[in-house]
Design a binder for this molecule. Sequence first.
Ligand code: FAD
Length: 382
Amino acid sequence: MDFRLSEEHQALRDSVRDFAREVVAPVIAEHYEQHTFPYEVIRQMGKMGLFGLPFAEQYGGMGGDYFALCLALEELARVDSSVAITLEAAVSLGAMPIYRFGTEEQKARWLPKLLSGEALAGFGLTEPGTGSDAGGTETRAVLDGDEWVINGSKAFITNSGTDITALVTVTAVTGTRPDGAKELSTIIVPSGTPGFIVAPGYSKVGWTASDTHELTFDDCRVPAENLLGERGRGFAQFLRILDEGRIAIAALAVGLAQGCVDESIKYARERHAFGQPIGTYQAIQFKVADMEMKAHTARLAYYDAAARMLAGEPFKRQAAIAKLHASTIAVDNAREATQIHGGYGFMNEYPVARFWRDSKILEIGEGTSEVQRMIIARDLGM
Ligand SMILES: Cc1cc2nc3c(=O)[nH]c(=O)nc-3n(C[C@H](O)[C@H](O)[C@H](O)COP(=O)(O)OP(=O)(O)OC[C@H]3O[C@@H](n4cnc5c(N)ncnc54)[C@H](O)[C@@H]3O)c2cc1C
């Protein structure tokens, strides 16, 4: 039992920490305020190799592991979550399905540019009428000769409409199973395909410097070979992708929770009330102590889930626990950090205001807290 980081993991964590402080922090508030995508920051993250972290070198990856990705996400989110979710979605939702399930041709065509950060991919599962209940998917794909014809729409798809988005993988109903259930498959739709329509970006409460769109597919035709993996395996594929992704979101949530501690300590030292720094009052110290306790225990939860995953052991329950706990405490810490900042905490120019706005989605995206509880209870045999 050893939770200390290897030298490689430590070096990665330190370099991403420096990058977040020196490159992301000075520019992100402006992007957040203007709702603009930080292309230059993303370009530099690509140059650092962050988009290739958990992938084999033969496809242009860094030959690292999924835990390395989690460490990078934690350090980025400690400063800003829009940048962190862009990386999370690009790697664990965008490139990973192709890496895990794609043919050698698909990998050779798409992975080098996705892993270098030169291009981004989205993962289209959620629809306007169904999210948690992904079995309710209504988007359809029909094989017409050597082409899939796709009709339907997807909601809230991250990284789907940037200038560098190369493709979206879309889950669609491709038939009916012998038991009458829907047959779901996953299909790669390259950006710019006629009939693939990207709506203008949403007006969001948080993650405002990240890219999120509703997508429509109107007789959108792609070659039959764009099927990802086997026909009918769509359900199993996205369950695997989401199980892993929960560890990544937990890491991102821990980063936000730790960023709240950082900012609170800084502010509590500077701000005076009743003749003393507010940090000298035990009421403030106890808030910070509780915030640190929560960030620490949530970190252990995602380290444990990642360790099990890398050891090839079952990790579904632990990933759900990590995601549920980390997102809950991220919201707690953001609320308390804002409280410590008083009125300034309600001003967008303070990082804690961004943390507060960014925290809520962590209890919703990649499986709501209710869904995590369902997964945990089911895994306990209930
Ligand atoms: C900014 C942003 C980015 C996103 N990025 C992506 C992306 O890249 N790709 C993608 O596919 N999706 C993406 N999503 C979608 C996200 O994963 C869904 O919003 C989420 O899974 C919840 O689905 P829903 O919004 O349809 O809510 P619903 O499923 O309609 O749930 C509504 C409420 O009902 C609860 N509920 C539902 N079923 C049950 C039940 N059986 N028992 C108890 N409670 C239940 C839920 O927990 C929730 O509280 C994104 C969302 C946002 C906001």
